[in-house]
Write a protein that binds this ligand. Structure first.
Ligand code: GRF
Length: 218
């Protein structure tokens, strides 16, 4: 099977990277990680990649005079590795419009909310403050505006009474680890198209159930 080559950009813990590594360990998974790049030398995710025998590279943004120069270095490294799809996985740098344009519809991100709600940082704190009953996570194609772009897959996660941000983050993270590999699989299988900036997925099935929170009698 010809596998889609993916490059993963990280800045920290790398638990989503781990979910992708674990998915790629299955010989039947249609993608392979060819490069992991971090802008932070101490990122724990680098050790996860090394343990899996994946080539890693640190590109420290502080060594560059401009965002353009940093992004050019990222771009060069990704091209060298022959990456065909770039996955942002907790990558904490804003990318330039030029980089985003070069990788248009080949650059995806995971965000811990049901976009377009709750873009930006401190998501879970703001979710709790808003009192919404459901939150979730989203994998989307990247556009120049932060946390915007055609949505590929989402998971809905209930907010529980008594949740704090850490408890909610942990519940959402579990869902992230399910949907990120699934998004990559759909793309690698060639089933994802962007039409008028909306994603169409060949053969996609939506769940039939309506979820209500709180449930009656609880
Ligand atoms: C995740 O919550 C992801 O949605 C957000 O940053 C966090 C990264 O976590 N973009 P990890 O480094 O993948 O563990």
């Amino acid at each position: 099977m010809k596998k889609l080559k993916i490059g993963v950009l990280i800045s920290g813990r790398g638990s989503n990277l781990q979910a992708l590594i674990d998915a790629c360990a299955d010989p039947a998974f249609p993608a392979d990680i060819v490069a992991v790049i971090s802008n932070v030398a101490e990122a724990a995710g680098l050790a996860r990649a090394k343990d899996a025998g994946i080539s890693t590279r640190v590109i420290d943004h502080r060594q560059f005079d401009s965002r353009e120069a940093f992004d050019a270095a990222l771009d060069a490294e990704l091209k060298k590795s022959k990456a065909e799809l770039v996955c942002l996985a907790g990558f904490m740098r804003v990318l330039t419009d030029g980089f985003v344009a070069r990788w248009r519809d080949r650059l995806i991100n995971i965000h811990p909310s049901l976009l377009p709600a709750f873009t930006g940082r401190n998501t879970h704190e703001r979710v709790l403050k808003a009192g919404v009953r459901f939150t979730g996570c989203t994998v989307h194609f990247v556009r120049p505006e932060m946390d915007q772009g055609p949505i590929i897959i989402q998971a809905a996660v209930p907010v529980h009474a008594g949740d704090d941000a850490a408890a909610l983050a942990a519940r959402v993270l579990e869902a992230e680890h399910r949907i990120y590999p699934e998004a990559v699989r759909l793309i690698a299988e060639g089933r994802v198209r962007v039409v008028a900036d909306v994603v169409r997925i060949e053969g996609a099935a939506a769940p039939g159930a309506i979820l209500v929170n709180p449930e009656r009698g609880r």
